[in-house]
Ligand binder design. Structure first.
Ligand code: DC
Length: 222
């Protein structure tokens, strides 16, 4: 039997990747993997160890010994680090601020990439991140690059925070997204770029369900 496809979804922060990837995975009965959560989990571990962020060798050494697990529970993805549930802890501001530094270290990416490979190689997976279609699974059967105008992405993030009872000025959120975009796109290793064969979807004027439907239509094309 042919193995089920690998679906890669990449794009900048706030383009709606997680929600859309979850819908697509549910509809297809595929496993959903959020690779950003893995980088966040690694960042949580480094902060917990109080490692000097300039000491790359030490960071890589710790990364090699860290056990990150993702477990799908209904619509949620439970993330644990060495047995500790960090699902909520990895969504805090301090992690968001520091994750780019950890994600820019080649040795850390190597560790996580090998884990992502193991999880996805059998197919039947929707994996989202920044470098899935370019580096992790360059031969994925279906690749998508999701984007949206920066203003819209900031507004979505602002609404998300509001729904969680948190506050933040739209200006500050937009500035933080700009900074993260810049760092993701300009880092030396595995920067965020569109894979040549990825289908680009601009979600600025679309609902999340409309985007998910577009992706499903592409996947189901004979
Ligand atoms: O998707 P996210 O915002 O939760 O990802 C957090 C950070 O992790 C993001 O700023 C860049 C990094 N990341 C990465 O470098 N490569 C991936 N495949 C996924 C995320």
């Amino acid at each position: 039997m042919r193995r089920k496809p690998i679906v890669a979804i990449d794009g900048p922060a706030g383009a709606g990747k997680s929600t859309i990837a979850k819908i697509v995975a549910r509809e297809l009965g595929f496993l959903y993997i959020d690779t950003g959560a893995m980088y966040r989990a690694m960042t949580w571990k480094m902060l917990k160890c109080k490692v000097n962020f300039k000491d790359e060798n030490k960071i890589i050494q710790i990364a090699n010994k860290t056990n990150i697990e993702l477990k799908q529970l209904k619509d949620k993805l439970k993330v644990s680090v060495d047995g500790t549930d960090v699902t909520k802890k990895i969504r805090t501001e301090i992690i968001t601020k520091n994750v780019n530094t950890i994600a820019a270290i080649q040795g850390v990416r190597k560790v996580l990439r090998s884990k992502q490979h193991k999880i996805g190689q059998k197919g039947g997976i929707v994996m989202e991140g920044r470098d899935i279609g370019t580096t992790v699974f360059p031969s994925a059967e279906k690749k998508f690059y999701l984007d949206a105008k920066p203003k819209e992405r900031a507004l979505r993030r602002w609404k998300e925070l509001k729904a969680e009872g948190k506050r933040g000025s739209l200006e500050n959120i937009a500035a933080a997204i700009r900074k993260r975009d810049y760092r993701d796109r300009n880092r030396r290793v595995s920067p965020l770029i569109k894979a040549k064969d990825a289908i680009v979807i601009d979600s600025t004027a679309l609902t999340l369900h409309q985007v998910a439907q577009k992706i499903l239509n592409e996947i189901n094309k004979p």
